[in-house]
Structures are given as C-alpha cells and as structure tokens.
Design a protein around this ligand. Sequence first.
Ligand code: TXA
Ligand code: MG
Length: 360
Amino acid sequence: METKVVIIDRALIRDDQLLEGAAILRKGGLVAFPTETVYGLGANALDPEAAKKIYAAKGRPSDNPLIAHIGQRSDLEVLVKEIPEAGRKLMKAYWPGPLTLIFPKSSAVPYETTGGLDTVAVRMPSDLVAKRLIELAGVPVAAPSANTSGRPSPTTADHVYEDMNGRIEMIVDGGPVGIGVESTIVDVTGSVPMLLRPGAVTLEMLCDTVGQVAVDPAVAKPMSAEIKPKAPGMKYRHYAPKAEMFLCEGSSQAVVSYINQEAKKKRQEGKRLGVLATEQTREAYQADVVLSVGSRESEESIARHLFEVLRKFDEAEVDVIYSECFGEGALGMAIMNRLRKAAGYRVVQVEEAAVVGSEK
Ligand code: TXA
Ligand code: MG
C-alpha cells in the first residue's frame, strides 16, 4: 500500500486538504493525524473491521482497547450508556484537551474497539487539525498512538512514517506536537474517579475539579512490572528504545559520577553507551551518545522531547542507555511513568558514596 502524506499549513487549515483523509476514515481505512499529545492512528470507532486493521498495522495485541476521539461534545452520546457526574465535571473543565475518560459503553461501540470491555475510552482533542478531520469524517475516530506496538510514541509525522509507511492509507502531517506524552486517562465508572495514566492534565488539576481521585497502584510509583495496571495497554513493555535502559536516582553530582564510571566499564566491554541528560548536565558526561531531553527548569520541554530522544538512541545504535530521573510533581508524574516503563522498571539508587569512590 502506498502511504500518502498530506502536509498541513497550520496558519490556514483548509478543508480541501482534509476531505480525502476524512473519506478514508469513513470508509474504514487508516489515517494517522496529529493531536496535541502524540500522533494518533485513526480508524472509524464504530466499524469493527476498521478497528482490526489498527491492531494489524501496529502489531498490537487485540485485548488492548482503543480511545475513541470526538470532534464535539454532542458526539459523546452515541458512544456511552451514561455520563457519571464526575465525568461531566471533568469534561467541562478539560475538554477539549489531553484528558481521556472511561465511560460505560453503548451498544453502538463494537468490542473490537474496546478490546472486549464493556467500557469505552473517549477523548476530545484540542488540536485543530484533529478536530476538523474528525468533524469532516462524521464518525468517532478510534486512535491509538501511531507507533509500532512497543516503540516510543510518535511526536512528529516523520516518526509515524518510520513505523507506518506502507501499512496505512494516509499520514496528515501537522508538524511536531505540543505536549509530547499521551493523554491523562481517568476511569469515571466507579464511585471515586481513578487515574489510570498520568498526563498533562495533572493529578492536582483533577483533584481541584472533582475532589478525591484514586491512583491506580501501577501508576503511583511501582518498582516492578508485577503490579498489574487497570488500563490494559499499560501492562505492555512500552515506549521502549531498543537498548537496555537504566534510570539513575540520586543527587545530580552522584548520578553524573556513577554514569561516567559505568561508561568507562561499558567501553572496556566494547559496548556503546547513551546518556539521557538535561541542558544542565549534558556537558558533564563522557559517553558515546549524550542527548539532552530538555531543561530541568521546564517540565514541558522534557515531556515534549522525551519520545523523540528515545527514538534517537535507537538511530544511534547504542547498547545501553543511562537516564537521569525527574521529580514526580505535576507533569513529572507522567514523565517518570513513561521513563520507568521505557526502562522496564530498572532503577539504580545511586549512593553518595559512589561520588567519593570515583574521586579516589
Ligand atoms: O494522547 C492519547 O491518548 C493518544 C492520542 C493519539 O490521542 N492516544 C493513545 O492511545 O495514547 P493508546 O492506544 O496508545 O493508549 C490508550 C490507552 C491504553 O493504555 C489502553 O489500555 C487504555 O488507553 N484504555 C483504552 N480503553 C480503556 C478502557 N475501556 N478501560 C481502561 N483503559 C482503557
Ligand atoms: Mg500507545
């Protein structure tokens, strides 16, 4: 299959550039498109055959449910059986935007879309290209992140092309995304809303709107993959670069010394070492590939570049990656959640003693 790429000028989003993609979606084909979080791989959410094509294109297990994207609030009715009060409040506060809500599903939504569940995930993106494309398609659009299953999520159309060229009908290129990590997911079907995946709508923002919010133990701060997450997709090794990755926790100075010591050892073993650093520390490392993910002064910049940097390590063909850690507040919770999964939960507690040791 030839994958057509349509480049959109955001200064002037024209319907005639989106009509072909909208028609492909309506007829059951696959179109990747930008959202404010990551690029999505879209298909008609009400068409079971279209949902199956998504699983095939991504190489994704079919028990992993998809998020249905809508262009306007009134499109929700067809998808859900009821709208719990907490859902109403959260929609009012954060839609359109990077928040996915889990509702009891209506009979219109096929089990192929929900991975066999009686609930459906719905999100209304704020990205204007996504919004217009969905409106023109005239159907809700199921869209997982547009990466091959297991790879880091795509934050540019080039990333989508790398993974999906030849597998889908069209890529709508709207430039790099703004946020860079996937939407926050909240299950509002229970008595207390539960955070299943942290994102740019932070825990604090959710609590401000609905008071109490429970946090899925698999999200809070798991040290292993043993705790099974409630969002089925969160159980898979995800966001992962090809190299083995380790997170290093400790003071900045201790982490730098530890990683530099490890770099020496790995070099002797003939391995290529990558370091995920920040603007503040990039000069301090002696490794084969040192990439800055952003400035510690801006969590937003770190989130925006996280997946791109993981993909760059793949291109650079490193064997091992050592990464710095970040605070867990606000957007930091989402950043650390993705990093932990990318590292397969391998976390090294770097002791201050390591600094002393390295100076002998
Ligand atoms: O930001 C995003 O949400 C992006 C863009 C494209 O909108 N989409 C995205 O989709 O991240 P995906 O498929 O990569 O992740 C969807 C997550 C999975 O972890 C899945 O298990 C969870 O949502 N999910 C979907 N439906 C669910 C349901 N009914 N109950 C619990 N979790 C659900
Ligand atoms: Mg994904």
